[in-house]
Design a protein around this ligand. Sequence first.
Ligand code: EPZ
Length: 417
Amino acid sequence: MSFFEIQGSTPLSGQVRIHGSKNAVLPMMAATILHRGTTILTNVPRILDVFWMIGILKTLGCQVWFEEDVLTIDASVVTSTIIPQYLAEKMRSSIIFLGPLLGRCNKASLWYPGGCSIGSRPIDLHAEVLRAMGAKIQEDGEHLDVTAETLSGCTFSFRFASVGATENAIMCAVNANGKTVLNNVAREPEIRDLCRMLVKMGAKIDGIGSSKLVIEGNSQLHNSSFRVPPDRIVAATYLSAVTVCGGRIQLCEVPVYDLRAVLAVLQKCGCRFRKRKSGLDVWCYQRPWAVPYTKTQVYPGFPTDVQSLLMTVLSKAEGVSVIEETIFEARFHTALQLQRMGADIQINHSYAQIRGVVSLHGADVTAMDLRGGAALTIAGVSAEGKTIVRAVEHVFRGYESLERDLAAMGANIVLKQ
Ligand code: EPZ
């Protein structure tokens, strides 16, 4: 098992470019099988989940080339609709092949998806909307068989704005017969990006960016190319790092508009920033201030994926802060690892109370999930002494090279086997 060895504490200075978005590129890769042709994606991050998705695409019969940041997918021929267990279990995103496989082949089989252990993560919302379009879904508790004689457009209202279920619904509707109206859809930027790519491929989607989408089915799709936008959570990681470590950094290619809720909270902590051409000049020259209450919400609220990172910042803040996690019921386990570094955090159901300490001390900690691993890593950079962060395979899923970027900003961090 790989681990980071970090010698803190280090104020940050330097420049980093934000790579393409994991949560944008994964549904885009699945969407390519809707078209019997070639789709080219650029600015694709070289992260573990992308390579697992390439494995699934090849298993389905697609031809895939990945050179530097250019991913070419030829889905002219799909020879299988079965996603094998060893790939399905690698990440949550295997589930978002349901919609495109139904849209292309009217059937799909896969084991329940893997992904971060941050809650039960059921798939009932995915099943509800696909059934509304005519799918028949058989489950045995670990495996799904989905078929559809025909897929018909429908009007459907999500009882919760699930990101993945929205993505599956959109991709299925693109090839369904007739019009589909989806109400209360997720509005995360990654949904907007997926819709924009599908429109560029020839799909007809109205209401992009709103909570209501109208999709005309049976689109005539064609070859196209699309640039993957920068990863807003990776950007939030480095914004949190400079806030908790202190210093001044320049981030290139930052989706500032998509980060407005995160920037608002970090500004309350004392972080300051100035917009540059397509990036941000960011600095924090003081101990962070506490933030009395932050609640994670669906977009455009404060994102759950930044919750662990904010907890690291607040663990060194002057005062008492409270975070309420409303999206996932088990996303506070990084707090236990931060406590090993001296953080004073009390968890009570969906609330975390963080009493800031002047400094954290190095410790031997273990990443429990992707964003929690990043949170522990920036905690190690800000802590006094040596920190070991184990199980960093979690971090490889969503960051091209967290250690390379932090080292480029002056951190003393190395990856070891
Ligand atoms: C996506 O997961 C992201 N993953 C997650 O990022 C992110 O945390 C999440 O959206 C929320 O923004 C990818 O895009 C690959 P949801 P997803 O469906 O689609 C419940 C990261 O670190 N729910 O919006 O799985 C679910 O249990 C990852 O990059 C149901 O109850 O999120 C959760 O409590 C972590 N039934 C809530 O909804 C369903 O059928 C939000 O889930 C589906 C979801």
